[in-house]
Design a protein around this ligand. Sequence first.
Ligand code: UD2
Length: 308
Amino acid sequence: MGLDAVLVTGGAGFIGQHLTSRLLANGRKVVVVDDFSTGQPLEEHPLLTIIVGDISDSSVRQEALSQVKSVINLAAIASVPLCENKPEVSSRVNFQAAQSLFLEASERGISAILHASTSALYGVPEGLPLTESHPVNPIGNYGLDKQKAEVALLSIEQSPVCALRLFNVFGLGQQRGSPYSGVLTIFSEKIIQNKELTIFGDGNQSRDFVHVTDVVSAFVACLEELEKNGVESKLSGKKFNVCSGESMTLLDVIESFSLYTKNEIKVEFEPPRDGDILHSLGSFDSLNKAIGWKPSTDFSQRLQELLL
Ligand code: UD2
């Protein structure tokens, strides 16, 4: 593995698989670290090295970092309920391991360190759309640990670093049959199986759904920019929203799905989930101004794809 390789932690996860495939298709060498606790097996590729392990393990981090030029940290306990039930696991993976990885990467003079942060940092919005200057006020362990990881990353001055705050990411490849998957994956799977959808609340809650291919494009563009311009890059030391800039209610989503299925969509209503926020909508102006990134995908076409 030459030193132009990229480390993708969590490379077997939903976003990680898409990102790894894109990097390989671009001719980049990739080192994936994943404990495969939720990730799927990866196809072999001549440019791909897989290290099976947990990023909390310092020997795993050292083995991976010694082989790469740059780092993208996607490894996380992505499930909000799991982080609530197991705060020590959330803290160990989502904060401590991430912080150690960033510091060790920086000590090694790694060329770019990127990190998957989250819109969960904003908590209950004070106004929409959310920009990066909106106060940070996370609810629950997941958001708090993700906030600490982002602070740890952005306080590193001697290396090119950047955090991408992902909104509600969707697309093919998210784990099916898992209660921890995003609402679009859960709904599409139930529609295919002709099962009743459960709406927590009245269905008027809205989200900013961003397609995984757009998220991948954002990571790749930011990686290339940081590798090219280093700490002088306009991205370095900053955080950016990665979102669609549009919001849909769950009822809108169900109406769109109904255009693409012959199955009758049955719905039951249950009380809202604890800690659920009502509305979320991001602005991607900052990343657009910095490097010209914008989401490119047609939402209804992407919804249709989930039903195939
Ligand atoms: C997303 C992220 C979470 C965190 C959070 C930040 C996912 C899977 N989760 O949580 O990691 O970053 O944003 O705010 O992307 N719902 C139903 N029925 C279902 C499933 C969900 O009504 O069967 C509702 C749910 O109560 C919520 C909305 O759909 O109001 C979206 O739920 P979600 O789990 O897809 O995502 P969210 O925004 O809670």
